[in-house]
Ligand binder design. Structure first.
Ligand code: SAH
Length: 475
């Protein structure tokens, strides 16, 4: 790194500028914004600089440069159109060890000025180390688009509330700012009229301080639960919101389907509870999960309930929210990539296709266990795609039901096991092969059936190959 980045407080400090044309004008404008006292040496000034000089904003010495003008300056800008003069200024400043910038002459710069994105007081400074100012400006325009216009107002409001926020203990304060100033929070604030930002933040802060006071007086601090979809089992398919939630969590209740590399995204000191491996009767387990969520949230913790895929697709997320609602616990839901879209993508099977399928049904293979058999013929067949979750073990029963419903025995089927993971395997066949396909899937791996004409496209459109990938047809 050739240049050391700093932000410098120049309020009330003298900065010498040599030159009074357009180049000097740009530097002076910024210096005035930063509250510097500008000492200007130039024979003549352009109109803008003349105005500044007339109303006393800059102090103009209307004479030839002698060198003495640099004395006492914190910084020096040489911005005249006379190269020889600029070099002299450079040499003089160096001799006095005052940082100097000869505009557009990198060889004669002790410091260089960055391209900036100005959301005062938030300032992003970008430098290409003098290698490519064009690139630096390009990067600036990318960042410009990224940062909302009201960001400065948010930062000012946060700054004004700092003393008040100091009433919260360190950890609560960190969590408060974390929550208010994450991407969602900032977006919400910047949508408000500027003069309401501070009062909104102040309102939230007051509520937080009141809670803290109540807590100190013995009242429990309410926690909350974030229901998070972990996707099919690849850390890089987590949403950014899911990563944020994992980063905030005090407690993580996770499913069996969630692999270790996803748990690694979480806060190191979070408490991890594997609720998938708890033994016992299904309903007891679900009730146990409900109790755990409530218990931890009531202790004031941020609880992440992490589920495979999407929490609202065969994830019992609805029941969990009903329970939280009944116990008056705050919650939030973060969607995840569900098995159907993940498996389809990683097996090269478009779930809809203009030529083959105009409708998609997600169904559980467990229906018949609950005695609620769907009208299979209406869900699968011509122009339709059916994705069956939790169907691998029921494959023989499923085949019989689908055939009995009148579906063609040679309707294409793909079974995606361990979908989207490096261990993914895809087996192609047709309805009549359902049990044979299921028998080939590694036992214990989650598997999804995709039924319909689109399934066959995976044989040509497949693109993903882990080492163990296998794409084969049942005989
Ligand atoms: N909420 C989850 C589904 C939970 S039900 C989601 O939205 O994906 C569990 C079933 O999901 C498994 O029986 C299997 O059919 C399917 N499944 C989950 N992850 C899978 C994966 N990586 N590959 C294939 N199927 C998967």
């Amino acid at each position: 790194m050739q240049y050391f980045p700093v932000f410098m407080d120049l309020r009330g400090e003298t900065v010498a500028v040599i030159g009074g044309g357009a180049v000097a004008e740009r530097k002076i404008r910024l210096l005035l914004k930063a509250g510097a006292r500008v000492r200007l040496v130039a024979r003549e000034l352009n109109d803008t600089v003349t105005t500044w000089s007339n109303d006393g904003q800059v102090h103009w010495a209307a004479r030839d440069y002698t060198g003495g003008e640099l004395d006492g300056a914190r910084l020096v800008f040489a911005a005249s159109d006379d190269d020889a003069l600029n070099r002299r200024v450079h040499a003089d400043a160096e001799a006095r060890r005052i940082p100097v910038n000869v505009v557009d002459d990198r060889e004669h710069c002790r410091f260089i000025t960055p391209a900036i994105v100005d959301r005062d007081p938030v300032t992003v400074a970008i430098s290409s180390g003098g290698q490519s100012p064009v690139l630096a400006r390009r990067v600036r325009s990318w960042i410009e688009r990224l940062l909302p216009a009201g960001l400065g107002a948010v930062a000012r409001a946060a700054g004004n509330l700092r003393t008040k926020a100091a009433r919260l203990p360190l950890e609560q304060r960190r969590q408060f700012w974390d929550r208010m100033l994450n991407r969602q929070g900032v977006d919400a604030l910047t949508r408000l009229p500027e003069d309401e930002i501070e009062s909104r933040l102040g309102h939230e802060l007051a509520a937080e301080v009141a809670l803290e006071t109540a807590h100190n007086a013995g009242a429990p601090r309410p926690g909350r639960v974030i229901l998070v979809g972990a996707g099919p089992g690849r850390a890089d398919l987590l949403t950014i919101r899911a990563q944020q939630a994992l980063g905030q969590a005090d407690v993580i209740l996770h499913d069996r389907l969630v692999p270790a590399d996803i748990l690694e995204v979480a806060r190191r000191d979070a408490e991890f509870i594997d609720v998938g491996k708890r033994s016992g009767n299904h309903h007891e387990t679900q009730a146990g999960i409900h109790d755990l969520m409530v218990e931890h949230a009531r202790r004031g913790r941020v609880v992440v309930r992490l589920k495979g895929g999407d929490p609202f697709v065969f994830g019992r997320g609805g029941e969990e929210l009903e329970h939280l609602r009944a116990h008056d616990i705050e919650y939030e839901v973060v969607p995840g990539v569900t098995a159907a879209t993940a498996c389809a993508a990683f097996a090269g099977i478009p779930l809809t296709h203009r030529d083959h399928s105009q409708a998609l049904t997600l169904i559980t293979g467990h229906t018949q266990l609950d005695g609620k058999d769907p009208a299979w013929a209406e869900l699968a067949g011509e122009g339709r795609t059916l994705a069956i979750y939790m169907g691998v073990k029921q494959a023989p029963v499923l085949r019989d039901k689908l055939l009995k419903a009148g579906l063609a025995p040679d309707l294409p089927v793909a079974l995606v096991a361990d979908g989207a993971r490096d261990t993914q395997q895809v087996f192609h066949g047709s309805i009549r092969h359902l049990p044979a396909l299921a028998a080939r899937a590694p036992s214990g791996a989650p598997g999804l059936f995709i039924i319909g004409r689109v399934a066959r496209l995976g044989e040509t459109l497949a693109w993903f190959g882990g080492q163990v990938r296998e794409s084969q047809r049942a005989a």
